[in-house]
Design a binder for this molecule. Structure first.
Ligand SMILES: [Zn+2]
Length: 95
């Protein structure tokens, strides 16, 4: 999804009607890609069966996997903030 959005911005910039993507937007797309990678990494960790998680209540996780879940939520909030900033930047480029 992120790469498709970046291609879309580049395509719009290439048509000559809009200013090209700038350093700030590139940095934000990089940040968004990093967050996406981090979320995927943490999701893969919690998908693996865990003996420590099996020993506690049904809807709870062991400390390591509870930390993964908290980090995923934090990464998702950060990604949402970046998307909002990029949306504003893209609106300025195309507006
Ligand atoms: Zn666990």
């Amino acid at each position: 999804m992120i790469k498709a959005n970046l291609r879309k911005v580049r395509r719009r910039a290439a048509d000559g009607k809009h200013r090209p993507i700038g350093v700030t937007e590139r940095r934000l797309f990089g940040r968004l890609q990093s967050l996406d990678d981090a979320i995927a990494y943490r999701r893969a960790r919690i998908a693996v069966p865990c003996a420590d998680c099996d020993g506690i209540e049904a809807d709870r996780r062991c400390d390591d996997h509870a930390c993964d879940l908290m980090l995923i939520a934090a990464y998702q909030r950060s990604a949402a903030e970046v998307i909002l900033i990029l949306s504003g930047a893209m609106a300025q480029m195309t507006g």
